[in-house]
Structure formats: C-alpha cells, structure tokens
Design a protein around this ligand. Structure first.
Ligand SMILES: [Zn+2]
Length: 152
C-alpha cells in the first residue's frame, strides 16, 4: 500500500472496477505517479475544506480504460492530473461543486467540473488549468456544457 498523502493511497487513484471487469492493466507509468501525487495533494486541500472524507470514484485512466468509460480523448485522467469524487458527508456533488467554485484558486484546483450524466453525479477536479479561463469552472450534463456550476 503506497500512500501518496496522509489520506490518499496510490491504489485509490488507480483502481477501477471497469478495468478489472475488462481485464485492462491500469498500472500507471512512473511519470504519471508523480502527477498523481500532486493530484492527491490537491485532494487533501479539498478534504480539509469540506471537513469530511473524499471518495475517489475515478483517478488515473490508461488510454484503453479511458476509451472504455467514454472519456474525452484529451482527458486529464490519462495524465494522472484529474480525479472524480463524491463526499456524501458534505452534501450532493452539486452542493460540493458550489462550495468549491469560489475557492478554486485558494485550493489550487486547476479545473472544477460538476458532472451529471444520467442518474449519476460527481465532482471532477484537475490540477491543470485549462487554456481558456472560462472553462475553469463548468457544468457538464447530457444536455451539454455550461459555464459555472449550474443545477442539472
Ligand atoms: Zn473526471
């Protein structure tokens, strides 16, 4: 068990039920592990802000896994720079995204996305700041992308 930070292990940021199910080897290359460490440090700041445990639902995705889950081809997940999470103790993903949105600079969140697809919602955070500042805090639903955190 490799701890990246006090509350996050490498395994938490790499394991995937989908990869297991499809027999995909999602072992990250060493340069990705370094980025996952930085992602875990960002998650620690988020955890401290929320005051409750953060449950990572998807971290690193190798190309094959990213394709299998329908991720965008430029996904920060493939670089080890992004994580999807829920934190039920702090509210719904929408409430959490609203709480984080004004704090992205303070918390070192490069990009914050409230994602609501089908019946599932989660918060996506990346250490990478997008080239267009308007895309730093967005909402993605089945209907498309909106600026800021919007109710689905
Ligand atoms: Zn994501």
């Amino acid at each position: 068990m490799i701890n990246l930070t006090e509350h996050f292990t490498l395994d938490e940021l790499v394991r995937s039920a989908k990869a297991f199910q499809l027999g995909i080897d999602n072992t990250p290359p060493s340069e990705v592990v370094g980025r996952l460490q930085a992602t875990a440090v960002m998650l620690e700041r988020i955890r401290a802000h929320l005051g409750v445990p953060v449950i990572v639902t998807s971290g690193y995705r190798c190309r094959q896994l990213n394709q299998a889950v329908g991720g965008v081809t430029s996904s920060d997940h493939m670089l080890g720079q992004a994580a999807d999470f829920i934190a039920p103790g702090a509210g719904t993903p929408y409430q959490i995204a609203r709480s984080l949105a004004p704090q992205v600079s303070v918390l070192g969140i490069g990009q914050l996305i409230y994602e609501h697809l089908g019946a599932t919602a989660w918060v996506h955070v990346s250490t990478k700041v997008p080239p267009s500042p308007a895309n730093r805090v967005i909402t993605v639903t089945g209907a498309g992308t909106q600026l800021g955190i919007q109710p689905a």
